[in-house]
Design a protein around this ligand. Structure first.
Ligand code: UDX
Length: 439
């Protein structure tokens, strides 16, 4: 049985730690934040991630998972250490590695036997080698010769479905130079290995690149279909049929072809900017990714302008916005298109009523002092009250089945703007509302 320490109990660390314990490993999750650790110990998960609390509780009860602030104790108990600390973006788009360096140096100060150090955080190509150097520097200071290997094992978790994604991955990427470390990693992921999940064994740099290339490609794919949707809108083509037929081509695939108000979240915006930066540092240009970043910003604004166009003018109008999180099943509003939309509507004289099933707390600190007046509604119907338009900005399941008669009763003007194409136009128009979708 592998004995694992996970450093960092943020999004990636907590999901990885809990799921690795579920695979039968013995896992200790470490964080410097005492409040967070106290909360995890009581199975109270400080992030919104469906199903995570159940996995944590099960594994704490079974004795495979524990939480501590004591890194030295955890390292003593482990032969594998996952680094899952944050890599926040700096002003120039590159990832800040201070927390990774701090973790690596701590490891160098503490290990006393052969250890596999696994990088789970999304880091620029070349960071694995830096981690090696930082650990070596600390070992030299201690005058110790201890064997260790560094592995890059990127995660591909989506917020809201992270537990499922960890336990049912399309592939597991293991980047390292050592056969011993590779075998240990296969053991860590044993249930997946036995399930015939594809394992990609490669070098450190390739593993690091795979993560950025995957996210950049998905961002390009979404942006591409958004542009095609915009063109459909002008030509009389229907993006629903177009995307469906295009996606049926096995070379293209149907996922991530849903048009909308632009992508948001903590990964795509950050990782696309970071890979552009990595390219620049290597005297290369990623034209397609650069254009995607720019086009996505335009798409967010285009969604806001679409509302303005439908209403003629925004001045004095009341707009009900359903959905503030950057996508469904999360309370995360980082780089959410809703923020751009709300800011534009506000700037152009509209009054806002907003509602989200999970992101109201985050919305209050993000929007309250920025947008005035703003009303935080109790539910979808309260949100729609006396509004001149109802805008669906996030495709939450509970917005897919609205009582359209009740929405109609509550609205002042019957404009139903579906920025995620979750309704069939006929369904909405037969309820007496004016339907506007994307494309
Ligand atoms: C993403 C990657 O999917 C995941 O592999 C990586 O590890 C982290 O980044 P996440 O940001 O949680 O995950 O969400 P995802 O479901 O990928 O959606 C990202 C954004 O794209 C959201 O704003 C979503 O609404 C948007 N999107 C997605 C579309 O507009 N259209 C689509 O077809 C799919």
């Amino acid at each position: 049985m592998a004995k694992i320490t996970v450093i960092g109990t943020g999004y990636v660390g907590s999901v990885s730690g809990a799921c690795l314990a579920d695979f039968g490993n013995h896992v200790i999750c470490v964080d410097t934040n005492e409040e967070k650790i106290k909360s995890f110990k009581k199975c109270i998960v400080p992030i919104f991630e469906p199903g995570l609390d159940t996995v944590i509780r099960r594994n704490i009860n079974d004795g495979r998972l524990s939480f501590t602030t004591d890194l030295s104790l955890a390292v003593k108990e482990s032969n594998i250490i996952f680094i899952a600390v944050g890599t926040p973006p700096m002003d120039d788009g590159s990832a800040d590695l201070v927390f990774v360096e701090e973790a690596a140096r701590q490891i160098g100060k503490l290990i006393n036997k052969y250890t596999v150090i696994v990088n789970k955080s999304t880091v620029p190509v070349g960071t694995g080698k830096k981690v090696q150097n930082w650990i070596n520097e600390e070992l030299q200071k201690r005058n110790k010769k201890i064997e260790f290997d560094v592995v890059s094992n990127p995660e591909f978790l989506r917020e809201g479905t992270a537990v499922y994604d960890f336990t049912h991955p399309d592939r597991v990427v293991i980047g390292c130079e050592s056969a011993q470390a590779r075998d240990i990693m296969k053991d860590v992921y044993r249930p997946l290995y036995l399930n015939e999940t594809p394992f990609i064994e490669t070098n450190l740099e390739s593993a690091e690149m795979i993560k950025y290339a995957s996210n950049a490609f998905l961002a390009v794919k979404i942006t591409f279909i958004n542009e095609i949707a915009n063109l459909c809108e002008k030509t009389g083509a229907d993006i629903r049929d177009v995307a469906k037929a295009v996606g049926k081509d096995g070379r293209i695939g149907s996922k991530f072809l849903h048009p909308g108000p632009g992508y948001g979240g903590s990964c795509f915006p950050k990782d696309t900017r970071a890979i552009v930066k990595i390219a620049k540092e290597n005297d290369e240009t990623l034209n397609i990714v650069e254009t995607t970043i720019e086009t996505n910003e335009k798409q967010k604004l285009r969604a806001a302008k679409k509302i303005e166009k439908i209403l003629g003018s925004l001045s004095g109008k009341t707009i009900a916005v359903l959905g503030l999180a950057f996508k469904q099943n999360t309370d995360d509003m980082r780089e959410s298109p809703s923020i751009t939309i709300c800011e534009y509507l506000d700037l152009n004289g509209a009054k806002l009523r907003v509602y989200d099933p999970a992101a109201m707390t985050e919305a209050k600190w993000r929007l309250l002092n920025v947008i005035k007046p703003i009303y935080f509604a109790k539910d979808e119907y309260d949100c729609a009250k006396n509004a001149d338009a109802l805008v669906i900005a996030t495709p939450w399941n509970q917005f897919r089945n609205l009582d359209l008669a009740k929405i109609k009763e509550n609205l002042a003007s019957l404009n139903f703007i579906d920025l995620r194409n979750i309704y069939k136009p006929k369904e909405v128009t037969s309820a007496g509302l004016n339907y506007f979708g994307i494309g």
